[in-house]
Design a protein around this ligand. Structure first.
Ligand SMILES: Cc1cc2nc3c(=O)[nH]c(=O)nc-3n(C[C@H](O)[C@H](O)[C@H](O)COP(=O)(O)OP(=O)(O)OC[C@H]3O[C@@H](n4cnc5c(N)ncnc54)[C@H](O)[C@@H]3O)c2cc1C
Length: 233
């Protein structure tokens, strides 16, 4: 099975289909209801808006209740091919609700248009969150591959290990690199590599880690499991 991924600044957002989609209102509200303050649709919407500069066209004006005008991602609607226009019309004739911003308004029932992270032929990616702002508190290092998180023994019973740094190597010459954390480590290596790094660090299902010769430090079922892909027509 081919699993293409973007190994560059911007990650998969630099190689993806550029479709702009948000989850449904119900998804975010459910996440908030599970005990995660700040994740409801109402609370997330300002961040969605802040992430984008939406470029209106004659046939699709920005609805400013849901679109942003000053964010790093430049988003526009690409005109439909004639056959797609006909398909859209046939859906509307069959009784589907026409929702121009269907994929970002929090409700996916109906028929509508989808924005792309492309404007004037240029693709914007999540790397633009870095490029747009001058940040003095951020150092970006490319060509560095993280191998594992360094865990140190903690005397707390509930939490026997503390993540204190990362072990990495220079991708150009294989030289080992150790980076120590002053406060915290945020692991964001994508859907395949985040669990891989966790498992290499000894965080995962003990039975499986033992099978592949990794010393299990935190027995956590679910790491590297339950992958779901989505189908699209
Ligand atoms: C072919 C394809 C088409 C898609 N189309 C769409 C679409 O049209 N619309 C949409 O909304 N979504 C789409 N997606 C999904 C979307 O691109 C991803 O959900 C999103 O990019 C995930 O972001 P992320 O930051 O979690 O991970 P990623 O984008 O995977 O970023 C992970 C980053 O970590 C780096 N990394 C990984 N491992 C290590 C390591 N060990 N050490 C150092 N760095 C590491 C990678 O190089 C990468 O830069 C698509 C995905 C693919 C693959």
């Amino acid at each position: 099975m081919a699993v293409p991924r973007g190994r560059l600044l911007g990650g998969c957002s630099a190689i993806n289909d550029t479709f702009v989609t948000r989850g449904t209102k119900a998804d975010y509200d459910r996440i908030a209801d599970m005990g995660n303050p700040g994740w409801s649709w109402k609370e997330m919407l300002p961040f969605f808006k802040a992430s984008e500069t939406f470029h209106s066209t004659e046939w699709h004006q920005a609805d400013l209740d849901i679109h942003g005008t000053d964010g790093p991602l430049h988003i526009s609607m690409t005109p439909l091919a004639p056959i797609s226009e006909k398909i859209l019309e046939s859906f509307i004739d069959s009784g589907f609700d026409y929702k121009p911003d269907m994929f970002v308004q929090g409700d996916y029932e109906g028929v509508g248009h989808i924005g792309r992270t492309v404007y004037n032929g240029i693709c914007t990616t999540s790397a633009d969150f870095i490029h747009k702002y001058e940040r003095t508190n951020l150092t970006v290092r490319t060509d560095v591959f993280v191998d594992r998180i360094i865990l140190e023994k903690n005397n707390e019973k509930e939490c026997p290990y503390k993540a204190v740094g990362v072990e990495a190597h220079d991708d150009t010459n294989g030289q080992p690199i150790i980076i120590k954390a002053r406060k915290e480590i945020i692991l964001s290596a994508g859907v395949y590599n985040s669990p891989m790094i966790l498992m290499h660090s000894g965080i995962g299902w003990e039975k499986h880690l033992n099978e592949v010769g990794i010393d299990c430090k935190v027995n956590l079922r679910g790491v590297g499991e339950n992958l779901q892909d989505h189908l699209i027509v």
